[in-house]
Design a protein around this ligand. Structure first.
Ligand code: CA
Length: 429
């Protein structure tokens, strides 16, 4: 079995491409995405520093000829599903080969010649990124104990966590059609609300639009109905990760969520970062999960080091304003790991498909400047946050832009996600 190249196996790798040491897209990353240039059709690419590399050109030029791929046309597709379907043996071989190409000087001349013909490589500012997947199904978990406790405390101060929370990773089935790629604006939703003193529900634009800072994993292998995935095997079914902003309307949510959970308050738009960072690039950043406070059932038991140390931040940018970092936290705080989420999701025999997206749920840290939503940061709108331009926010205003960024780092090796960015636009009249 091929060993994936990453920050642990080859810490000393250096690319011959000129890139910033601060780039999220180091030679140890090699994420996959879908891009287009001008009027060309979208196809599969990767990114090193600010260089976008066209994998359809590398395939055409024979760079992947000796690799275990059954179909080279996957690089010409406008979604990654077909590439992922080739399996980890193939996708890891492609990722390793890309790293070899851009670290070994033997390859440099051939690649530079292609670039001379304006083929194969582009500046990141000259390409357009597309939604990288056909997302069949989307599931959202609720796996941060800090987030669940904070939200619970606002509604049930004496009993914030419901009795099931420490026994299973709570989740719900979301909506895939409204998941969009970074850069796509989201419209303020209309809906029903029922403010505390109102006799009848009201209809209008949501006044409490919020973000949710999340990370999502992409399914890399299908299962059939009835099949279960255990925590030890879960990683075979995970292709990679994206940043995820689960836009939410808190006033609509509060009225509609009983008894079946959120519905229209959550499905008007969710935004992902365009580059899928592979599990293989992230594995060097494994870390301990917080200890479970009650013993879980055997099917949810997981080995040590099942969390990932990924720094995350959210930026709010008012219209034409500067960036304000409004929260900083880390994926390592998650109480339930991705392995447990997948084991739980399939314990009843529910099948999963390549391209399905599983979001973590809002990621909050312990401190009140490490919360993953405005609902928590402003404590239900009671404590406004101050922006650099003198304005305050309780919830998101029209034309505000929300940006999520995230990266893992150790021994001066950085593997990052870029960003998931979206602007809130007014209700369409
Ligand atoms: Ca969510």
């Amino acid at each position: 079995m091929l060993t994936p190249i990453n920050a642990d196996t080859h810490p000393d790798l250096k690319t011959w491409l000129p890139i910033s040491p601060q780039s999220d897209f180091s030679i140890h990353n090699i994420p996959f995405g879908i891009f287009s240039v001008g009027n060309s059709s979208p196809r599969v690419g990767t990114r090193i520093g600010d260089h976008i590399i066209d994998l359809s050109v590398l395939a055409e030029e024979g760079f992947f000829d000796d690799l275990p791929l059954s179909d080279m046309s996957v690089f010409y597709e406008n979604i990654l599903n077909f590439f992922i379907e080739q399996g980890k043996t193939a996708t890891n071989a492609v990722r390793n080969r890309i790293i070899e190409i851009f670290t070994q000087t033997d390859y440099k001349e051939k690649v530079t010649a292609l670039e001379g013909q304006s083929k194969g490589m582009y500046e990141s500012t000259s390409v357009r990124m597309h939604l990288p997947l056909r997302i069949g199904d989307y599931t959202d978990f609720y796996s941060s104990i800090e987030h669940a406790t904070n939200v619970g405390a606002m509604f049930r101060p004496d009993n914030p966590l419901l009795p099931n929370w420490k026994h299973l990773p709570v989740g719900y089935h979301g909506r895939a059609s409204s998941i969009v790629v970074s850069g796509t604006p989201i419209y303020r939703p209309l809906g029903q609300t029922n403010p505390q003193d109102a006799e009848m529900p009201l209809f209008g634009a949501s006044k409490r639009v919020d973000f949710e800072l999340e990370l999502a994993f992409v399914v890399g292998k299908n299962t059939h109905l009835g099949q279960r995935i255990n925590t030890q095997d879960a990683e075979e079914y995970i292709f990679g990760f994206t940043l995820f902003n689960d836009w939410s309307a808190r006033d609509i949510q509060r009225w509609e969520y009983v008894p079946l959970g959120p519905f229209l308050s959550k499905n008007f738009g969710s935004v992902i970062s365009p580059w899928i960072v592979t599990l293989e690039a992230i594995t060097p950043f494994r870390t301990e999960a917080p200890p479970h406070q009650v013993e879980v059932l055997p099917y949810l038991k997981a080995q040590a080091n099942k969390n990932f140390d990924i720094s995350l931040e959210v930026i709010l940018q008012a219209k034409e304003g500067e960036e304000n970092i409004i929260t900083k936290t880390n994926f390592k705080h998650m109480y339930w790991s991705i392995h447990q989420q997948l084991a739980h999701h399939t314990i009843n025999g529910c099948n999963i498909n390549i391209g399905d997206l599983y979001a973590s749920g809002t990621i909050s840290g312990k401190e009140n400047n490490a919360y993953g939503s405005l609902l928590e940061l402003t404590w239900g709108g009671k404590n406004p946050i101050q922006l650099n331009n003198g304005q305050q926010r309780t919830f998101i205003e029209d034309y505000d832009t929300i940006i999520i960024r995230g990266f893992a780092s150790k021994n001066n090796i950085r593997v990052g996600f870029g960003e998931a960015r979206s602007q809130l636009l007014p209700v369409i009249e």
